[in-house]
Write a protein that binds this ligand. Structure first.
Ligand SMILES: Nc1ncnc2c1ncn2[C@@H]1O[C@H](COP(=O)(O)OP(=O)(O)OP(=O)(O)O)[C@@H](O)[C@H]1O
Ligand SMILES: [Mg+2]
Length: 236
């Protein structure tokens, strides 16, 4: 049995705008192992979000192969992409996007909606340290707490893969580390494959594998022998 969850071969994504062409992804190839934490690093405009969009089926490549398990998702139509996302993926963004008129419990419960095997919401709220806040509304929470609600909501359906685009971008060091710790805990407890996109090079210490990007190309891939705890990283 292969342990590979994603396999990319010569993936390109090209955008045409007016007279110009942008190679947002310019021939990238790598595999991702199931249950690992992957950190994608690179400067602004290097293609990180494009990569995340292609892996998560928000967009399809211009050419090349993108496989999820044994399925070629790079060739999926919109309907197939929607069910791929619904059945397998969770998302955490820099903005929390909580529903203001729903309680914390209800916001998290929303993430479990339509899932065949959702996690227990009370247990999940305990894991993210918000069991005492479950009847409060989002405006009553700090930024770090709101991000924890967003994480709980993203994992409530027990996704196979958790995608995080700049998950600590709006947070200070303390809240950022707490958020990363939680993502680490979820990876360990549920075996969720985690893909984190970030500008912050310190976060590379949390990945089993680190992919560096520049101008749409992968410039370096390495594996970490030792993975640091989120509390112990130096914040850049
Ligand atoms: N929908 C689009 N149409 C045209 N060009 C795009 C589109 N999306 C991205 N690009 C271009 O592709 C390149 C890569 O963009 P991408 O958003 O993947 O970068 P990024 O690494 O995520 O940057 P940031 O760190 O600022 O979020 C950029 O030059 C960007 O302008
Ligand atoms: Mg981006």
């Amino acid at each position: 049995m292969s342990n590979i969850i994603y396999s990319l071969k010569s993936v390109k994504k090209t955008y045409k705008s007016g007279s110009g062409i942008t190679h947002a992804l310019d021939g990238v190839s790598f595999d991702i192992q199931k249950g690992e934490v992957i950190v994608i690093l690179g400067p602004s405009g290097s293609g990180k979000s494009t990569m995340l969009n292609i892996l998560s089926g928000i967009d399809v490549p211009t050419s090349g192969k993108v496989k999820y398990l044994d399925k070629e998702i790079g060739k999926y139509n919109d309907k197939e992409l929607t069910s791929y996302r619904k059945e397998n993926l969770g998302f955490i963004f820099q903005s929390y996007n909580l529903i203001p008129n729903l309680t914390i419990y209800e916001n998290v419960e929303l993430g479990a909606y339509l899932s065949e095997a959702p996690l227990n919401i009370d247990e999940l709220l305990k894991i993210v340290g918000l069991e005492d806040m479950k009847n409060k509304f989002p405006y009553q929470l700090s930024g770090g707490q709101m991000q924890r609600v967003a994480i709980a909501r993203a994992v409530a359906k027990n996704p196979k893969v958790l995608f995080c685009d700049e998950p600590t971008g709006a947070l200070d060091e303390k809240m950022g580390k707490q958020t990363l710790k939680l993502i680490q805990d979820i990876n360990k407890k549920y075996g969720t494959t985690v893909i984190i996109v970030t500008h912050n090079p310190s976060i590379a210490n949390l990945g089993n594998m680190v992919i560096k990007m520049n101008s749409g190309k992968v410039t370096d891939i390495h594996r970490n022998d030792e993975i640091m705890n989120a509390e112990d990283i130096r914040w850049a």
